[in-house]
Design a protein around this ligand. Structure first.
Ligand code: ADP
Ligand code: MG
Length: 290
């Protein structure tokens, strides 16, 4: 650890003093991809709903700072974003918006990471807010946006599980590999759950997963799991066009069945230890750009 990283970590420890002890913490699931346009936002939204149906208290965070659009998938018009909390003194209760089927949504706000960079007062405010989310919800599902930018990486390395979405295109697989390589270097505890999207059938989805798995095992010595696959399903774009989640609109579709199976599978996995704790703390500790 270089000196700046150590300084940041100890400053975060100082900020933590005075906060109550370790209660139960939300599980943090980041939905990401190397390449854009592979289905992250649809996966994030519908995965969040599947987990809510399975009895969890879920907060969906739209952290795609380039193309924040979960509110669009839900046909919402937003009054306020996270930026209003930080700069205008708005309450989180004004920003958190109820979504379908019991989920809560923290709508996207470009500039979240830029805000974090600015000053320690602002950072402390957000730190406490996320700390509170981790205590109030069972699960945070975070749509991180695509690619290897610092913004995306910070949300990825702060997570417990990374749902990495890819399709069968060589570019998408290569970019997924690059994401694993960079993220694991910053947080070796990350658990990668691969979601193959737009697969014609299970056999081809498995083939795609195995290509990625082989490269990851051979060159990075990292284990990855296949969370599952989403078939090409016309109900997905149809639901997008109607601004509703496919889970809600088409409960018997192939995509819904597949998503519910993946939700159940995630919940069967062991929860992370409580003291592994705070999301933002880990985000800062994982930084390597100092
Ligand atoms: N399984 C699927 N079957 C059919 N179309 C899909 C599927 N998954 C995603 N799509 C379509 O792909 C497009 C991109 O999805 P989106 O979730 O916005 O991707 P990202 O967030 O990665 O940019 C959407 O128009 C969506 O309708
Ligand atoms: Mg998106």
């Amino acid at each position: 650890m270089n000196r700046n990283v150590r300084d940041q970590a100890s400053s975060l420890r100082r900020q933590q003093r005075g906060t109550p002890g370790n209660g139960p913490r939300a599980r943090k699931i980041a939905v990401t991809s190397g390449k854009g346009g592979v289905g992250k936002s649809n996966v994030s939204l519908n995965l969040a709903i599947s987990l809510s149906r399975l009895g969890k208290k879920v907060l969906l965070i739209d952290a795609d700072t380039n193309l924040a659009n979960i509110d669009i998938l839900l046909g919402m018009s937003l009054q306020k974003t996270l930026a209003d909390v930080v700069f205008e003194g708005a309450f989180f209760s004004e920003v958190l918006t109820p979504g379908p089927e019991g989920i809560m949504l923290l709508p996207g706000s470009s500039g979240v990471v830029e805000i974090l960079e600015q000053d320690s007062t602002v950072r402390e405010k957000l730190f406490h807010a996320f700390d509170e989310f981790e205590r109030q919800y069972d699960i945070l599902v975070i749509d991180t946006g695509a690619g290897l930018s610092e913004n995306v990486l910070q949300f990825v390395i702060g997570a417990d599980d990374v749902v990495l979405v890819t399709n069968a295109e060589p570019t998408s697989i290569t970019d997924a590999y690059a994401m694993i390589k960079v993220a694991i270097h910053r947080n070796s505890d990350l658990r990668f759950q691969i979601l193959i999207n737009l697969a014609p059938n299970r056999g081809e989805a498995t083939e795609t997963f195995e290509k990625l798995q082989l490269a990851v095992q051979n060159f990075l010595n990292v284990q990855i799991d296949m969370l599952g696959f989403l078939p090409v399903d016309p109900n997905v774009p149809a639901a997008v066009a109607r601004r509703e989640p496919f889970l809600t609109l088409y409960p018997r579709s192939a995509a819904t069945n597949a998503m519910m199976m993946m939700g159940r599978k995630l919940l069967k996995m062991p929860q992370p230890a409580a003291e592994e704790g705070n999301f933002l703390k880990r985000m800062f500790q994982g930084r390597s750009d100092d």
